[in-house]
Design a binder for this molecule. Structure first.
Ligand code: UD1
Length: 423
C-alpha cells in the first residue's frame, strides 16, 4: 500500500493552480443523465471519484471519455437503472443518481452508499423529498428501490440544508410536472454550479444560491458544455498550508468570494490575505494566533476544512475551540492528530485545541479525504518524518496533491509499502 511521506520543517512558498471542485463535478456528471446526447464538462480534476463516477455512468449505458481536463459524456435514449454496491461503496455521491434516474427512467435501484467515514449520513431527506414528489421508495438488502412513473412538483421543507438532498430534489424537479419548491435548501457554490448547468440545459430554476429554490418542470432538457466551479476546499487547504507553515502561497484559479469566512479566519490568525480577481495570496510571517472555528452549512465555515483548521490550531499560539455541527463523527481523525503530538480534547461536537510550537512526526492514517489532507499539512509542521497511510482517501479528492506541495517546497513523496504490520 502506498503512503505519503512528509519530512517536516518546510516553509511553503510559491504558486499553485486549482481546478474544478470534486463536490460539483460528480453532480454535474449525474446531471448529464437528464438529457440525451453529448454533454461536455470542463475543468475536471484528475481524481479517483471522477474515475469512479465515470465507471458508474458507463454501467448505465453511457459513454464517458476523460480527455485532459474535460469529460465527454454521451447519454443514450435508454439508460440502465441499477447501480450496484461494488460501484458505490467508496463514493457516496452515487446517491445523487437517484434523482436523475427517477426523472429520466421512472425507476432506480441504487446501492446504499459508502464514502467517507464521517458519520451516519442518513438519506431521510432525499427519500422524504422524492416521496413527496410521488416516488415510492423502499430499502431492501442494502439497496434503495425507487419507482415513480411520473414525478410531480411539490413543496419540500428540508430539516437541514443538506447538500446531497437539495441536489437530488433539484435534479428530480427539473423534469417533474409542475413546480417544486425546496425550502431550507443548501446554498453552497456547488449547488449554484449545478443550477447553472441545469439552466444551460433548459431547466427553469429560480433562487439559486438562496435557501428557497423554485423549479418549474420542463418536458425535456438538452445537453450542454459546462465549466466546473473551482474547488474552494482545495483552495482553502493551500491557504491553510500557507498560514501553518508561516509561508507565502498564491493560489490561482480560485473564487475568493466562496471562501470569505475562511479567509477572514486566516486574517484573524495573523495572516496577510490578498484577493485579486481569481487569485488569493496568503502570507504568514509569525506563529499563527489560535482562532475558534464553528462549522456550518455555507456560507458558514466548511466542515470539509475543519481538519485543516484543527491542524492549524494545533500549532497556533493559544487555545482554540473547534465546533463541528455538520458531521457527528468528523472528530475521528483527532486521534491521528494526537499521534503527531497535538493537544486536543473533544467533548461531543466541541474540541479544545491547545497549540504547540511544533508537532512531532509519526505514522498516521487518513480516515477520510479531508482528514488525510489535514494530516499531510500537520506533517509539514512536525519535526521529523510523518507517514500517512490509506492515501486512496486523499486521491479521491485532491489531484496531484503531492506534486503541488513539492512545487511549494514541501519535502513530501509517495512511498511504496512503508511500515505494514500483519497480525
Ligand atoms: C456534501 C459533500 C461533503 C460535505 C457536505 C457538507 C459531496 C460529494 N460531499 O456531502 O464533502 O462535507 O456536503 O458540506 O458533495 N443528513 C441527514 N439526512 C439526509 C441527508 C443528510 O440527516 O437525508 C445529514 C448528514 O448525516 C450530515 C448532514 O445532514 O450530518 C449534512 O449532510 P449533506 O449536506 O447531505 O452532505 P453530503 O451531501 O453527504
Amino acid at each position: 500500500m502506498e503512503h505519503i511521506r512528509v519530512v517536516g520543517g518546510a516553509r511553503l512558498t510559491g504558486d499553485v493552480t486549482v481546478t474544478g471542485a470534486k463536490n460539483s463535478v460528480l453532480k454535474l456528471m449525474a446531471a448529464s443523465l437528464l438529457a440525451e446526447g453529448h454533454t461536455t464538462i470542463t475543468s475536471v480534476p484528475e481524481i479517483l471519484d471522477v474515475d469512479d463516477m465515470g465507471v458508474v455512468l458507463t454501467r448505465l449505458g453511457v459513454t464517458v471519455e476523460h480527455v485532459g481536463s474535460a469529460v465527454h459524456i454521451d447519454v443514450p435514449a435508454e439508460l440502465g437503472t441499477e447501480i450496484d454496491y461494488a460501484l458505490v461503496r467508496r463514493m457516496r455521491a452515487a446517491i445523487n443518481l437517484l434523482g436523475p434516474l427517477l426523472a429520466r427512467c421512472g425507476r432506480a435501484r441504487v446501492a446504499l452508499p459508502g464514502g467517507d467515514n464521517i458519520g451516519s449520513r442518513a438519506l431521510d431527506m432525499h427519500v422524504g423529498g422524492l416521496a413527496k414528489m410521488g416516488a415510492q421508495i423502499e430499502s431492501e438488502h442494502g439497496y434503495l428501490i425507487a419507482h415513480a412513473p411520473s414525478l410531480t412538483g411539490a413543496q419540500v421543507f428540508l430539516d437541514f440544508p443538506s447538500v446531497g438532498a437539495t441536489e437530488n430534489l433539484l435534479m428530480a424537479g427539473v423534469l417533474a410536472k409542475g413546480t417544486t419548491v425546496i425550502d431550507n435548501a443548501a446554498r453552497e457554490p456547488e449547488i449554484v454550479d449545478l443550477c447553472t448547468m441545469l439552466s444551460e440545459m433548459g431547466a427553469q430554476i429560480g433562487g439559486a444560491g438562496t435557501s428557497t429554490l423554485e423549479v418549474e418542470g420542463v418536458e425535456r432538457l438538452r445537453p450542454t458544455e459546462h465549466e466546473t466551479v473551482p474547488d474552494r476546499i482545495v483552495v482553502g487547504t493551500f491557504a491553510m498550508a500557507a498560514a501553518m507553515s508561516q509561508g507565502d502561497i498564491t493560489v490561482h484559479g480560485a473564487r475568493p468570494e466562496h471562501l470569505e469566512l475562511v479567509l477572514y479566519k486566516l486574517a484573524e490568525a495573523g495572516a496577510t490575505v490578498e484577493a485579486a480577481g481569481r487569485s488569493i495570496r496568503v502570507t504568514m510571517d509569525r506563529r499563527p494566533r489560535a482562532v475558534d472555528v464553528v462549522t456550518l452549512p455555507y456560507p458558514g465555515f466548511p466542515t470539509d476544512l475543519q481538519p485543516m483548521a484543527m491542524a492549524l490550531a494545533a500549532v497556533s499560539d493559544g487555545a482554540a475551540m473547534i465546533t463541528e455541527n455538520v458531521f457527528e463523527a468528523r472528530f475521528m481523525f483527532v486521534d491521528e492528530l494526537v499521534r503527531l503530538g497535538a493537544d486536543v480534547r473533544t467533548d461531543g461536537h466541541h474540541a479544545v485545541v491547545r497549540g504547540r510550537a511544533k508537532l512531532s512526526g509519526a505514522p498516521v492514517r487518513a480516515t477520510d479525504v479531508r482528514a488525510g489532507a489535514g494530516l499531510v499539512l500537520a506533517g509539514i509542521v512536525a519535526d521529523g518524518v510523518t507517514d500517512v497511510s490509506d492515501v486512496f482517501h486523499i486521491d479521491r479528492g485532491y489531484a496531484g496533491f503531492v506534486g503541488q506541495l513539492r512545487g511549494l517546497g514541501a519535502e513530501v513523496s509517495r512511498v511504496e509499502g512503508a511500515e505494514s504490520l500483519t497480525f
